[in-house]
Write a protein that binds this ligand. Structure first.
Ligand SMILES: C[S@@+](CC[C@H](N)C(=O)[O-])C[C@H]1O[C@@H](n2cnc3c(N)ncnc32)[C@H](O)[C@@H]1O
Length: 552
């Protein structure tokens, strides 16, 4: 794709109108029960309206997105809270003129307090059950990835935070100090550059030119203010990604991927064993406990991709790349596999997956079998030479030189499971989905969203197998006659006991990952675009147990 020149990018940036935001006037809702306080129907309808037109993503900007998705209340139980009061900051003005649209809904069980060795952090005031929605927040400012993808510097590793920094400076130019006040770091940190050594030099140069021209437009920003702003963004920005884990249609929502600065959520510290996970609907980001959290315990999220949490410690810390080393329980344990020195990692990224997807399904199945046995050739795999820190036990001379990390094996098994479904090999597909789910249960944080996705696909395959076995069903490749439909309904009633466990697992995993029951609207396209038959899709929805079914 042709990249625009820095001059053109700067001209375009000039045209975008940023409305200044003032933290004094921002407010939200504090409630004992966040999930019941929010008007989900309204949010879902607005999301559907936004994404329904064929070219909905054309010209979509963060500003348009945030204006399109309302955060409103279904119940009036709770109280209005100014943002700054939530952050424990005294307000200077005569008092906020609270604007109509709220920025967050936060649980009354949350408390921001000092966390030894980490600055501040969010703690639970009372015991929280797993699957509790504790915070729903939209960013103070954000930028969609598609808004800077044409820039010359788009390939630099810190491009997203640079873009966010510029957007922040433009939005808050009049009151930047006040806006940045609550954010870490209060003092400049040493490792202020996140640029990696192997960056493309042209891209880096382009980024420097473009950003310096953008900063020049913000002439009121002193060098010190610029540095503070860049640090705040680097250490607090959170990515958002709508429907990230979904397999069949996740690319439909790629334009909703971006980075934002969240005033309340930036109080969460990192752990490689996080007790809180997050998901987004556009820029509205939800935080949910994934385990029971006792009163007085700190609530942590992960700053790295959740798939990487099962990778060796040294890889986790390379990916973290912040102003601290993690000393969570997982980092205190020795890695189960001894790795040291130089290893070639087979990296299964989106390009590798796309290349595999181009193979006919049977060849794809075979290529992945070979890859899982460590025989992936350079055509299919991106190889990456990584120097690992020695971990306990030193280097194992017998150890493999080529390593396929668990998270990458997972990616391959997903592609293979989909290939099995293409081939109507439901039993093998089911085994893959179950294996994926089992790995997620053992190695990822509890109730990772991936589990809900794998369990959904497993349930669909199980239904499909049952359907093919049952003589009363017509083959899905043939036509369904009214008689067959009638008989099929009789058959599905008797299938309940055997299959409800697969479907129930999917529903339960989903309920816990999201902190609410939104299966139908969140997973509709995932199920609709799955390769199973129409009857199975209908059976899946009709078998969805009611809430009373679900043990929390
Ligand atoms: C988004 S802020 C989190 C809130 C921050 N502690 C505060 O006081 O505002 C991120 C910063 O918190 C600190 N931090 C987060 N997790 C940490 C951890 N596990 N150990 C030590 N410091 C941590 C680091 O300084 C990091 O750059």
């Amino acid at each position: 794709m042709p990249r625009s020149t820095p001059k053109r990018a700067a001209r375009r940036a000039k045209r975008v109108k940023y409305s200044p935001l003032d933290c004094e006037s921002l407010w939200g809702w504090q409630s004992d029960d966040v999930a019941s306080a929010v008007d989900w129907e309204k949010l879902q309808k607005a999301f559907d309206d936004l994404t329904a037109p064929v070219l909905w993503a054309e010209k979509l900007t963060f500003q348009k997105l945030s204006q399109s998705l309302p955060l409103s209340f279904a119940s009036s139980a709770g109280s209005k809270m100014p943002l700054l009061s939530m952050l424990g900051i005294d307000r200077t003005g005569a008092g906020p003129s609270l604007k109509d649209s709220p920025h967050f809904v936060v649980s009354s069980a949350l408390m921001l307090q000092a966390s030894p060795g980490k600055g501040r952090g969010w703690f639970a005031k009372r015991t929280l059950e797993a699957g509790t929605l504790i915070l729903l927040e939209r960013p103070l400012v954000a930028i969609l990835d598609k808004e800077w993808q044409d820039e010359v510097w788009a390939d630099c590793s810190s491009a997203d935070t640079t873009a966010l920094g510029i957007a922040l400076a433009r939005s808050f130019s009049s009151s930047l100090d006040a806006v940045l006040k609550p954010f870490h770091p209060q003092e400049p940190t040493r490792n202020s550059s996140a640029e990696s050594e192997d960056e493309d030099e042209d891209a880096l140069e382009g980024m420097k030119e473009a950003t310096s021209s953008a900063w020049q437009q913000l002439s009121q920003l002193s060098q010190v203010a610029q540095q503070r702003l860049q640090e705040v963004v680097r250490l607090n920005a959170l990515g958002f990604y709508t429907h990230s884990e979904q397999l069949c249609h996740n690319s439909n929502f790629l334009p909703l991927t971006g980075s934002g600065l969240f005033a309340l959520a930036s109080g969460f510290n990192h752990s490689c064993e996080p007790s809180v996970q997050r998901y987004s609907i556009g820029d509205v980001t939800a935080f949910v406990t994934n385990q029971k959290v006792d009163a007085g315990t700190e609530l942590c999220i992960t700053y790295i991709e959740s798939e990487l949490l099962c990778a060796p410690k040294s890889l986790r810390s390379q990916s973290l790349n912040r102003d601290f080393s993690c000393s969570c329980r997982a980092c205190g344990r020795a890695d189960p596999v001894v790795l040291g020195g130089s290893r070639t990692f087979i990296r299964v990224d989106a390009q590798v997956q796309a290349r595999l997807a181009l193979l006919p399904p049977q060849e794809r199945v075979e290529a992945i079998d070979a890859a899982l046995e460590g025989q992936m050739d350079g055509e299919e795999a991106e190889e990456e030479q990584l120097e690992l820190d020695e971990v306990d036990g030193g280097e194992d001379p017998q150890g493999p030189k080529t390593v396929l990390l668990g998270k990458d094996a997972q990616e391959l098994r997903v592609v293979q499971a989909i290939a099995f479904m293409h081939l109507c090999r439901w039993e093998e597909a089911l085994q893959n989905w179950r294996r994926l789910a089992a790995f997620t249960c053992h190695h990822c944080p509890p109730y990772d969203e991936a589990l809900a996705v794998y369990a959904t696909q497993a349930a669909l395959c199980a239904l499909e197998m049952k359907r093919e076995d049952a003589p009363l069903y017509v083959n899905h490749l043939g036509r369904t006659t009214p008689l067959a439909c009638e008989r099929a309904h009789g058959a599905t009633a008797s299938m309940d006991s055997g299959l409800s466990s697969e479907v129930r697992l999917a529903v339960e995993a989903h309920r816990m990952a999201f902190g609410l029951e939104c299966l139908t609207w969140r997973y509709q396209r995932e199920v609709e675009e799955s390769m199973v038959s129409k009857e199975v899709k209908e059976a899946f929805w009709s078998r969805k147990p009611s809430r009373s079914f679900i043990r929390l």
